[in-house]
Write a protein that binds this ligand. Sequence first.
Ligand SMILES: *Cc1c(COP(=O)(O)O)cnc(C)c1O
Length: 414
Amino acid sequence: MKQQQIMEEAEQVLYKIYNRFPVVFDHGKGVTLTDVDGVDYLDFGAGIAVMALGYDYPGFNDAVKAQVDKLYHISNLFYSEPMAEAGRKLLAASGMEKAFFTNSGTEAVEGALKVAKRHACNRHMGRDYEIIAMKHSFHGRSLGALSVTGNDHYQEPFAPLVPGIRFADFNDLDSVKALMNEKTCAVILETIQGEGGIYPATEDFLQGVRALCDQYDALLILDEIQCGMGRSGSMFAWQQYGVKPDVMTVAKALGNGVPVGAFLASKAAARAMQPGDHGTTYGGNPLVCAAASKVLDIFEQDGIVDHVRQTGAYLWDRLEELMARHACIVAHRGRGLIQGLEFSVPAGPIVENALVKQHLVLISAGSHVIRFVPPLVIRKEDVDQMIIRLEQAVTEVYSGVSASPSGSPSMEVQ
Ligand SMILES: *Cc1c(COP(=O)(O)O)cnc(C)c1O
């Protein structure tokens, strides 16, 4: 079997930082991935919420190929048309004022944190250096982004991290209020917590945090790397809350797999950074910006966000039914095509069974949650097929398991 050989070689040469699933993918079409032995898988993970348009979407690959043949890197010492265009379209979709392109989500978060620090420096010589972040958040793995990631397991081996970061409870406005003072320069949070287990911010919470930021003249940074780009049922999740951030981050689906992220800023935050304050060699090169630009065109021309609203509602109903049939499923959260099912038992074995036995790609979020972040172009038939395979996996792994009485009640927002 070809797969075995490739996996063994990979294990020999690659730094052992990931525990990978035992499959070697070769190509993709639509929402189907095919391994090197020719076996097809239904993809409900989208490369971790990245492949919004699935694989080989009409016109997308051609746009990327055309740019490869034209020009794909020039550095940020020069202008390029794809960069100007991608920037314009991103600002139009978000209503923000300025864009900076990065190579990843983590780097978008780093940039956003630097905007907050720079803004503080401009106003009070940096005396207001504190940043409030959320417990169970995820913002990335570089030292700055890790510093605002509320997860001891990720942070502890790398301490001490950036000073002045304080952690509040997500969806608990009082806990933010208690940490907020004249030293606070920014609050950073995911509009919908992704890695933490798919927790949408409540409306009261997000509006309350916005009001606190206004009161203390602190920047509100919304991380939309996972929940943005149409996934929540609006182009950006915060657009459903009647608030607007000062800074926001976007990545994952922005390039449909071509590595590109961005931080976007408005008002004072859009003027805080000066030439020389930040930089990147690759960031926003013509190749990745041509990809982002094409993604944004397709979103508009093909009504991707409308499609998410419809398919998301359909997925919601099918998952509600599944939950009613299985006592080991204790909660269902999310919006649009970012949803999570919480189990009273570890989700890992279900994810593994789904992949290996049912040929369904799913990903977890933490130990007890399966997250559903499929390509945004899935159809109702794909949802039906996913439910059949997932149910088979749940039954095979946990037949007869009932809900633990301590199964925590969780809020449900849709
Ligand atoms: C994935 C993710 C990041 C990090 O993005 P990378 O591209 O992996 O660096 C940051 N924030 C959120 C909310 C994410 O989901």
